[in-house]
Design a protein around this ligand. Structure first.
Ligand code: SF4
Length: 358
Protein backbone atom coordinates (compact mmCIF):
# COMPACT_ATOMS: atom_id res chain seq x y z
CA UNK A 1 0.00 0.00 0.00
CA UNK A 2 1.31 3.47 -0.88
CA UNK A 3 1.92 5.94 1.92
CA UNK A 4 0.49 9.44 1.64
CA UNK A 5 3.69 10.95 0.25
CA UNK A 6 4.06 8.20 -2.34
CA UNK A 7 0.45 8.77 -3.37
CA UNK A 8 1.21 12.49 -3.76
CA UNK A 9 4.05 11.62 -6.14
CA UNK A 10 1.78 9.24 -8.04
CA UNK A 11 -0.80 12.02 -8.42
CA UNK A 12 1.93 14.44 -9.48
CA UNK A 13 0.63 17.57 -11.23
CA UNK A 14 2.53 17.80 -14.52
CA UNK A 15 -0.16 18.25 -17.16
CA UNK A 16 -2.28 21.27 -18.04
CA UNK A 17 -5.42 19.27 -17.31
CA UNK A 18 -4.31 18.42 -13.78
CA UNK A 19 -3.08 21.96 -13.13
CA UNK A 20 -6.44 23.37 -14.21
CA UNK A 21 -8.15 21.54 -11.37
CA UNK A 22 -6.30 23.92 -9.02
CA UNK A 23 -6.12 27.22 -10.90
CA UNK A 24 -7.51 29.22 -13.79
CA UNK A 25 -4.55 29.58 -16.12
CA UNK A 26 -3.68 33.00 -17.55
CA UNK A 27 -3.05 33.25 -21.29
CA UNK A 28 0.67 33.72 -20.77
CA UNK A 29 0.93 30.73 -18.42
CA UNK A 30 -0.92 28.58 -20.93
CA UNK A 31 1.34 29.74 -23.76
CA UNK A 32 4.48 28.86 -21.79
CA UNK A 33 3.10 25.48 -20.77
CA UNK A 34 2.16 24.67 -24.36
CA UNK A 35 5.31 26.06 -25.97
CA UNK A 36 8.34 25.43 -23.79
CA UNK A 37 10.09 22.10 -23.76
CA UNK A 38 10.94 22.08 -20.09
CA UNK A 39 10.42 19.86 -17.09
CA UNK A 40 7.79 21.29 -14.75
CA UNK A 41 5.51 19.95 -12.07
CA UNK A 42 4.38 20.06 -8.48
CA UNK A 43 2.97 17.87 -5.78
CA UNK A 44 -0.83 18.15 -5.43
CA UNK A 45 -0.25 19.48 -1.90
CA UNK A 46 1.86 22.43 -3.10
CA UNK A 47 -0.53 23.05 -6.01
CA UNK A 48 -3.35 23.35 -3.47
CA UNK A 49 -1.56 26.40 -1.99
CA UNK A 50 -1.79 28.28 -5.30
CA UNK A 51 -4.16 31.22 -5.68
CA UNK A 52 -6.81 30.10 -8.14
CA UNK A 53 -7.10 33.41 -9.98
CA UNK A 54 -3.89 35.37 -9.41
CA UNK A 55 -1.03 34.63 -11.86
CA UNK A 56 1.23 36.69 -9.57
CA UNK A 57 0.75 34.16 -6.79
CA UNK A 58 4.26 33.40 -5.46
CA UNK A 59 3.62 29.67 -5.58
CA UNK A 60 2.43 29.81 -9.19
CA UNK A 61 5.46 31.84 -10.23
CA UNK A 62 7.87 29.30 -8.74
CA UNK A 63 6.14 26.32 -10.36
CA UNK A 64 4.66 27.37 -13.71
CA UNK A 65 7.07 28.01 -16.61
CA UNK A 66 7.18 31.50 -18.09
CA UNK A 67 8.01 32.69 -21.61
CA UNK A 68 10.59 34.93 -19.90
CA UNK A 69 12.71 31.80 -19.52
CA UNK A 70 13.61 32.13 -23.20
CA UNK A 71 15.28 35.50 -22.50
CA UNK A 72 18.84 35.18 -21.41
CA UNK A 73 20.92 38.34 -21.28
CA UNK A 74 22.77 37.56 -18.08
CA UNK A 75 22.68 33.78 -17.66
CA UNK A 76 26.02 32.02 -18.20
CA UNK A 77 26.33 29.15 -20.63
CA UNK A 78 27.39 25.88 -18.98
CA UNK A 79 26.76 27.57 -15.67
CA UNK A 80 26.93 24.47 -13.49
CA UNK A 81 30.25 23.33 -14.94
CA UNK A 82 31.68 26.72 -13.95
CA UNK A 83 29.90 27.04 -10.63
CA UNK A 84 30.71 23.54 -9.40
CA UNK A 85 34.30 23.51 -10.67
CA UNK A 86 33.61 20.51 -12.83
CA UNK A 87 36.31 21.44 -15.35
CA UNK A 88 39.24 21.27 -12.91
CA UNK A 89 42.08 18.74 -12.92
CA UNK A 90 40.99 16.89 -9.79
CA UNK A 91 39.45 13.56 -10.71
CA UNK A 92 36.12 13.16 -8.94
CA UNK A 93 33.01 11.11 -9.62
CA UNK A 94 30.15 13.05 -11.30
CA UNK A 95 28.18 12.97 -8.07
CA UNK A 96 30.84 14.91 -6.11
CA UNK A 97 31.11 18.69 -6.52
CA UNK A 98 33.83 20.53 -4.67
CA UNK A 99 34.47 24.17 -3.86
CA UNK A 100 36.12 23.76 -0.47
CA UNK A 101 38.80 21.50 0.95
CA UNK A 102 36.81 20.10 3.87
CA UNK A 103 33.28 19.80 2.44
CA UNK A 104 31.69 18.53 -0.74
CA UNK A 105 28.25 18.34 -2.34
CA UNK A 106 27.09 14.79 -3.06
CA UNK A 107 24.37 14.72 -5.75
CA UNK A 108 22.22 11.62 -5.45
CA UNK A 109 19.20 12.25 -7.69
CA UNK A 110 17.79 14.49 -10.42
CA UNK A 111 14.17 14.18 -9.29
CA UNK A 112 12.43 16.98 -7.33
CA UNK A 113 9.15 17.61 -5.54
CA UNK A 114 8.68 20.76 -7.62
CA UNK A 115 10.79 22.03 -10.50
CA UNK A 116 11.59 25.55 -9.34
CA UNK A 117 11.69 27.98 -12.21
CA UNK A 118 14.63 29.73 -10.53
CA UNK A 119 16.68 26.55 -9.91
CA UNK A 120 20.43 27.25 -10.18
CA UNK A 121 20.95 23.61 -11.02
CA UNK A 122 18.47 23.97 -13.85
CA UNK A 123 20.78 22.50 -16.48
CA UNK A 124 20.95 19.30 -14.46
CA UNK A 125 17.51 19.15 -12.87
CA UNK A 126 15.05 21.00 -15.09
CA UNK A 127 16.51 21.13 -18.61
CA UNK A 128 18.61 17.99 -18.12
CA UNK A 129 21.22 19.22 -20.67
CA UNK A 130 23.94 18.19 -18.25
CA UNK A 131 24.14 14.42 -18.02
CA UNK A 132 25.78 13.07 -14.90
CA UNK A 133 26.02 9.66 -13.31
CA UNK A 134 24.71 9.42 -9.75
CA UNK A 135 26.55 6.35 -8.58
CA UNK A 136 26.20 6.50 -4.80
CA UNK A 137 28.80 3.79 -4.16
CA UNK A 138 31.32 5.61 -6.33
CA UNK A 139 30.68 8.78 -4.30
CA UNK A 140 31.00 6.95 -0.98
CA UNK A 141 34.30 5.38 -2.08
CA UNK A 142 35.70 8.78 -3.10
CA UNK A 143 34.67 10.30 0.23
CA UNK A 144 36.21 7.43 2.20
CA UNK A 145 39.50 8.00 0.34
CA UNK A 146 39.60 11.74 1.17
CA UNK A 147 40.27 12.18 4.89
CA UNK A 148 40.36 15.98 4.55
CA UNK A 149 36.61 15.96 3.84
CA UNK A 150 34.63 16.17 7.07
CA UNK A 151 31.24 17.56 6.01
CA UNK A 152 28.94 16.16 3.30
CA UNK A 153 26.03 18.03 1.73
CA UNK A 154 23.62 15.54 0.18
CA UNK A 155 21.78 17.26 -2.61
CA UNK A 156 19.96 16.72 -5.88
CA UNK A 157 17.34 17.01 -7.15
CA UNK A 158 15.70 16.33 -3.85
CA UNK A 159 17.41 13.59 -1.83
CA UNK A 160 14.35 13.05 0.39
CA UNK A 161 12.64 11.52 -2.64
CA UNK A 162 14.90 8.50 -2.24
CA UNK A 163 13.26 5.65 -0.36
CA UNK A 164 13.85 5.17 3.36
CA UNK A 165 16.01 2.15 2.50
CA UNK A 166 18.20 4.12 0.09
CA UNK A 167 18.60 6.96 2.58
CA UNK A 168 19.36 4.54 5.37
CA UNK A 169 22.13 2.98 3.26
CA UNK A 170 23.59 6.40 2.42
CA UNK A 171 23.49 7.80 5.95
CA UNK A 172 24.78 4.60 7.59
CA UNK A 173 27.68 4.31 5.16
CA UNK A 174 28.64 7.95 5.67
CA UNK A 175 28.46 7.58 9.44
CA UNK A 176 30.87 4.63 9.21
CA UNK A 177 33.55 6.83 7.60
CA UNK A 178 35.73 7.99 10.52
CA UNK A 179 36.52 11.48 9.17
CA UNK A 180 32.89 12.47 8.49
CA UNK A 181 31.80 14.84 11.25
CA UNK A 182 28.45 16.03 9.93
CA UNK A 183 25.91 15.33 7.21
CA UNK A 184 23.77 18.01 5.63
CA UNK A 185 20.74 17.56 3.41
CA UNK A 186 19.26 20.12 1.03
CA UNK A 187 15.56 19.36 0.56
CA UNK A 188 12.44 21.35 -0.29
CA UNK A 189 10.19 18.47 0.75
CA UNK A 190 9.34 19.81 4.22
CA UNK A 191 7.71 22.66 2.26
CA UNK A 192 6.43 21.09 -0.96
CA UNK A 193 5.68 17.61 0.40
CA UNK A 194 5.63 17.67 4.22
CA UNK A 195 3.93 14.26 4.13
CA UNK A 196 7.41 12.87 3.38
CA UNK A 197 8.50 13.45 6.98
CA UNK A 198 7.27 10.05 8.14
CA UNK A 199 8.20 8.02 11.23
CA UNK A 200 10.26 5.79 8.91
CA UNK A 201 12.30 8.73 7.60
CA UNK A 202 12.75 10.16 11.09
CA UNK A 203 14.10 6.82 12.22
CA UNK A 204 16.68 6.89 9.42
CA UNK A 205 17.77 10.46 10.13
CA UNK A 206 17.49 10.73 13.90
CA UNK A 207 18.41 8.88 17.01
CA UNK A 208 22.17 8.90 16.57
CA UNK A 209 24.20 11.32 18.57
CA UNK A 210 27.54 11.23 16.76
CA UNK A 211 27.63 12.68 13.21
CA UNK A 212 24.61 15.00 13.38
CA UNK A 213 22.28 15.72 10.48
CA UNK A 214 21.48 19.27 9.46
CA UNK A 215 18.68 19.91 7.01
CA UNK A 216 18.40 23.08 4.97
CA UNK A 217 15.14 23.60 3.21
CA UNK A 218 14.06 26.41 0.89
CA UNK A 219 11.15 28.67 1.74
CA UNK A 220 10.92 31.81 -0.36
CA UNK A 221 7.53 33.24 0.60
CA UNK A 222 5.49 33.15 3.83
CA UNK A 223 2.59 31.56 1.96
CA UNK A 224 4.62 28.35 1.68
CA UNK A 225 4.61 27.82 5.45
CA UNK A 226 1.56 25.85 6.58
CA UNK A 227 0.57 23.92 9.67
CA UNK A 228 1.73 20.74 7.91
CA UNK A 229 5.19 22.19 7.36
CA UNK A 230 5.28 23.37 10.98
CA UNK A 231 4.48 19.84 12.17
CA UNK A 232 7.08 18.28 9.83
CA UNK A 233 9.76 20.64 11.16
CA UNK A 234 8.75 19.94 14.75
CA UNK A 235 9.06 16.19 14.10
CA UNK A 236 12.48 16.64 12.49
CA UNK A 237 13.75 18.71 15.39
CA UNK A 238 12.30 16.25 17.89
CA UNK A 239 14.35 13.55 16.18
CA UNK A 240 17.55 15.56 16.50
CA UNK A 241 17.64 16.98 12.95
CA UNK A 242 18.46 20.69 12.83
CA UNK A 243 16.41 22.69 10.32
CA UNK A 244 17.52 25.87 8.54
CA UNK A 245 16.33 27.87 5.56
CA UNK A 246 18.12 28.87 2.39
CA UNK A 247 15.86 31.34 0.63
CA UNK A 248 16.51 32.74 -2.82
CA UNK A 249 15.94 36.44 -3.37
CA UNK A 250 13.39 36.50 -6.19
CA UNK A 251 12.11 39.59 -7.96
CA UNK A 252 8.34 39.93 -7.62
CA UNK A 253 8.18 37.14 -5.01
CA UNK A 254 10.06 38.20 -1.89
CA UNK A 255 12.02 41.35 -2.77
CA UNK A 256 9.84 43.81 -0.87
CA UNK A 257 10.31 44.81 2.78
CA UNK A 258 6.97 43.54 4.03
CA UNK A 259 7.19 40.06 2.46
CA UNK A 260 10.86 39.66 3.34
CA UNK A 261 10.21 40.48 7.00
CA UNK A 262 7.10 38.32 7.23
CA UNK A 263 8.98 35.39 5.68
CA UNK A 264 11.70 35.54 8.30
CA UNK A 265 9.33 36.03 11.22
CA UNK A 266 7.16 33.15 10.08
CA UNK A 267 10.19 30.87 9.68
CA UNK A 268 11.03 31.41 13.33
CA UNK A 269 7.42 30.81 14.36
CA UNK A 270 7.74 27.27 12.96
CA UNK A 271 11.27 26.81 14.37
CA UNK A 272 13.17 27.10 11.06
CA UNK A 273 16.40 29.05 11.51
CA UNK A 274 17.00 31.55 8.67
CA UNK A 275 20.45 30.61 7.43
CA UNK A 276 21.10 32.04 3.97
CA UNK A 277 19.40 34.32 1.49
CA UNK A 278 20.98 33.63 -1.87
CA UNK A 279 21.34 36.14 -4.65
CA UNK A 280 19.69 34.65 -7.73
CA UNK A 281 22.73 33.20 -9.47
CA UNK A 282 23.53 33.84 -13.16
CA UNK A 283 22.23 30.47 -14.35
CA UNK A 284 20.49 30.63 -17.74
CA UNK A 285 16.83 31.52 -18.27
CA UNK A 286 16.06 33.29 -15.02
CA UNK A 287 16.85 36.94 -15.71
CA UNK A 288 13.27 37.83 -14.81
CA UNK A 289 13.79 36.66 -11.21
CA UNK A 290 17.05 38.49 -10.62
CA UNK A 291 17.08 41.81 -8.72
CA UNK A 292 20.06 44.16 -8.32
CA UNK A 293 22.87 42.62 -6.24
CA UNK A 294 22.47 45.32 -3.55
CA UNK A 295 18.77 44.53 -3.09
CA UNK A 296 19.27 41.74 -0.55
CA UNK A 297 21.56 43.88 1.63
CA UNK A 298 19.01 46.70 1.52
CA UNK A 299 16.26 44.29 2.60
CA UNK A 300 18.31 43.00 5.51
CA UNK A 301 18.95 46.61 6.53
CA UNK A 302 15.35 47.80 6.08
CA UNK A 303 13.35 44.69 7.06
CA UNK A 304 15.38 42.67 9.54
CA UNK A 305 18.49 44.09 11.18
CA UNK A 306 17.37 45.98 14.29
CA UNK A 307 13.72 45.68 13.25
CA UNK A 308 13.35 42.23 14.73
CA UNK A 309 15.20 39.55 16.69
CA UNK A 310 18.76 38.66 15.79
CA UNK A 311 17.59 35.07 15.26
CA UNK A 312 15.83 36.23 12.08
CA UNK A 313 19.05 37.39 10.42
CA UNK A 314 20.18 35.25 7.50
CA UNK A 315 23.49 35.82 5.76
CA UNK A 316 22.97 37.33 2.30
CA UNK A 317 25.41 35.65 -0.10
CA UNK A 318 26.10 34.87 -3.71
CA UNK A 319 27.31 31.35 -4.41
CA UNK A 320 30.12 31.35 -6.99
CA UNK A 321 32.77 29.01 -8.37
CA UNK A 322 35.13 30.19 -5.63
CA UNK A 323 32.62 29.70 -2.83
CA UNK A 324 29.94 31.83 -1.20
CA UNK A 325 30.66 35.54 -0.99
CA UNK A 326 28.78 37.56 1.68
CA UNK A 327 26.94 40.62 0.39
CA UNK A 328 25.76 42.01 3.72
CA UNK A 329 24.88 45.68 4.34
CA UNK A 330 27.90 47.81 5.18
CA UNK A 331 26.45 50.91 6.76
CA UNK A 332 27.36 50.14 10.37
CA UNK A 333 30.80 51.77 10.53
CA UNK A 334 30.38 55.30 9.21
CA UNK A 335 33.76 56.70 10.11
CA UNK A 336 36.84 56.05 12.19
CA UNK A 337 39.59 58.24 13.65
CA UNK A 338 42.57 57.37 15.84
CA UNK A 339 40.33 57.73 18.88
CA UNK A 340 36.82 56.61 17.93
CA UNK A 341 34.47 54.81 15.55
CA UNK A 342 31.20 56.37 14.42
CA UNK A 343 28.49 53.70 14.15
CA UNK A 344 25.02 53.88 12.58
CA UNK A 345 21.97 51.77 13.50
CA UNK A 346 18.97 50.63 11.46
CA UNK A 347 17.09 53.89 12.21
CA UNK A 348 19.93 56.04 10.88
CA UNK A 349 20.95 57.14 14.39
CA UNK A 350 24.66 57.53 15.05
CA UNK A 351 26.82 56.88 18.09
CA UNK A 352 30.52 56.59 18.86
CA UNK A 353 32.67 54.02 20.62
CA UNK A 354 36.38 54.25 21.52
CA UNK A 355 38.90 53.04 18.93
CA UNK A 356 41.07 50.66 20.95
CA UNK A 357 44.66 50.48 19.65
CA UNK A 358 46.16 47.01 19.07
S1 SF4 B 1 13.90 21.63 -5.38
FE1 SF4 B 1 16.02 22.40 -5.46
S2 SF4 B 1 17.06 21.18 -7.03
FE2 SF4 B 1 14.84 20.89 -7.30
S3 SF4 B 1 14.24 22.42 -8.80
FE3 SF4 B 1 13.93 23.35 -6.79
S4 SF4 B 1 15.83 24.46 -6.36
FE4 SF4 B 1 16.27 23.00 -8.04
Amino acid sequence: MKTEWQQQMRDYVDTIEKLETYINLSDSERKALETLQTTWGTTPYFASLMDRDDPNCPIRKQVIPSMHETENRFGMKDYLIWKENRATDEIRPDCIARQYKDRVAFTVTQVCGIYCRHCFRKELVVDKDLKLSFDVDEGLKWIAEHPEVRDILITGGDPFLLSDEQLDYLVSKLREIPHIQMIRFGSRLPVVLPQRITPGLLKVLGGYHRVPIWLNTQVNHPKEITEQTAKAVYDLLSSGVNVGNQAVLLKGINDDVETFRELHLKLLRVRIRPYYVFYCEPAPGMDHFRPRVEKGAELIRDALRGHTTGLAQPMYVIATNIGKIPLMPDYYIQDSTDTEYTLRNHLGQETTIPNVPE
